[in-house]
Design a protein around this ligand. Structure first.
Ligand SMILES: [Zn+2]
Ligand SMILES: [Zn+2]
Length: 473
């Protein structure tokens, strides 16, 4: 498998299905424009890194949004959106070109994969016969519960999306099996679902859970301990039997104690030779963190100097009991997000609010410097460290566009004085995105709407350079 193809290739047809997008005409069009912008910027990175499956889904989403969906938005034709329309059209051309280039490459990879799988199956059938022979000699009864065929999983991934929020749809939020995932929602952190395929929220891509063997056998040392087997009556016979391939489904083992020999089909056995037990490249870069519904979050690296640098910049305002806000911008590389730049936009602050002004200038700066938006940071000069109802709405826009987005609060007069937050999903993201009271401070349902993500594997504090840009001057 080539380095850039860490998960089984998918047909372009299947990738195309992952790129379906639905627009909600009640959602402000500017959020769609910003979402689209984030989509194509990520697509470019993945394409440049030759990660064509990610790139294909994102470019496809972009064209679906730009060609099919957005023109139906009631605000689309407004004169103020002229510039945005021109950009969308230009980028759609770029996306279509990219899709045309990637299509034959992906098709070839998929065909090779199908061919490989065919060979593997033929091998397995051969070994099945050997295994059956051996099992019969040993008098072991088993039940074949192990279905090596992965068709079910493929079917799950091909289900139509039914997303609640159109913008989330654009960002790629949601698994393909959302209702199913909801059943298992817990309040605690979810580390893994052993038998599911997930879609990363932001890149619309399906990931295998980490411990799931698909292409390869888990090394024996990584498998759960197998209970001791009862002594078999006739091991001498077994010695003359054909060699049984070493990996047998664990379910087999538990059925070996069945007292009544029932003639059943022999077990299917994994036959792919043991590869070097290294994690898949994609998973080396995954944070291991997930949303509450279990969808993977890419790692977001935040420079350690951020808090100090931001507090210095905000000091004057803080002394006057006025909030300051900044934008966390950065780059995407090898599936990892890294905050490289703190941008202080033109803004208007009070003791408990802060709103950005002249956002055009902010976006222009980010465009010129190829910076993606990963979240925001603001001070609470006198209040404690939490997200107010207005903060929740502000952050909701960020997180709808990028599930990994964070909100950092600096509350120098309190302990804790620093918090890194994200909305829970569920229930926070849905609660806030469907709340229509956005202007004044207002109560929300008494639910865990947001969570501290500071000391999780989602956000990693690292020593690295932070560039500060103050647009207020
Ligand atoms: Zn606040
Ligand atoms: Zn609200």
């Amino acid at each position: 498998m080539p380095q850039q193809q860490p998960v089984p290739p998918r047909s372009t047809k299947e990738l195309g299905r992952l790129a379906s997008v639905q627009m909600d005409s009640n959602t402000p069009i500017r959020l769609y424009f910003r979402s689209a912008d984030l989509l194509i910027k990520q697509a470019r990175v993945y394409k440049m890194e030759k990660d064509y499956q990610h790139a294909y889904v994102l470019y496809m989403k972009y064209t679906n949004l730009g060609i099919k969906e957005l023109p139906r938005h009631p605000m689309y034709k407004d004169p103020e959106n002229k510039k945005a329309r021109i950009i969308i059209k230009k980028n759609c051309m770029e996306a279509l070109d990219a899709l045309e280039v990637m299509n034959p490459i992906l098709t070839k990879e998929y065909e090779q994969y199908v061919e490989q799988m065919g060979q593997q199956r033929r091998l397995e059938q051969k070994y099945d016969i050997d295994a059956r022979h051996a099992q019969q000699l040993k008098g072991i009864t088993t039940q074949n519960k192990y279905d090596i065929d992965q068709d079910d999983k493929h079917q799950a991934s091909e289900e139509q999306w039914s997303l609640q929020n159109a913008l989330k749809d654009v960002a790629g939020v949601g698994s393909n099996d959302r209702s199913y995932a909801l059943e298992e929602t817990t309040t605690g952190p979810i580390t893994e679902y052993p038998s599911r395929t997930f879609e990363n929220q932001s890149d619309g891509y399906l990931y295998e859970p980490r411990n799931q063997e698909r292409y390869q056998n888990v090394p024996a040392s990584a498998q759960p301990p197998i209970p001791p087997k009862p002594a078999l009556p006739d091991t001498k016979v077994a010695n003359h039997a054909p060699i049984i391939p070493p990996k047998i489904s664990l379910e087999l083992q538990s059925h070996q104690e069945s007292p009544i020999p029932v003639p059943t089909l022999p077990p299917k056995v994994r036959l792919v030779p043991d590869p070097v037990p290294t994690p898949l490249p994609e998973l080396q870069n995954s944070s291991g963190a997930t949303t509450e519904r279990g969808e993977p979050l890419r790692r977001l690296i935040v420079p350690k100097s951020l808090q100090e640098k931001f507090l210095n910049i905000a000091q004057q305002n803080t002394n006057r009991n006025i909030e300051t806000c900044g934008i966390l911008a950065g780059t995407l590389k090898n599936n990892v997000l890294q905050v490289t730049t703190l941008i202080i936009p033109k803004q208007n602050g009070t003791s408990d609010t802060c709103t950005t002004e002249n956002e055009e200038e902010l976006f222009e700066y980010q465009d010129t410097h190829d910076l993606l938006t990963f979240g925001w940071i603001h001070t609470h000069p006198s209040q404690s460290c939490f997200l107010s109802s207005l903060d929740l709405h502000t952050h909701c826009s960020y997180q709808l566009m990028l599930p990994e987005a964070i909100a950092i609060v600096c509350a120098p007069k309190h302990n804790p004085s620093y918090g890194v937050f994200r909305l829970t999903d569920p229930p926070g993201l849905d609660v806030i995105s469907s709340c229509r009271i956005e202007r004044a401070f207002h109560p929300h349902p008494d639910l865990p709407i947001y969570t501290d993500t500071h000391n999780t594997s989602h956000v990693l504090n690292q020593m690295h350079e932070l560039h500060v840009v103050d647009l207020r001057r």
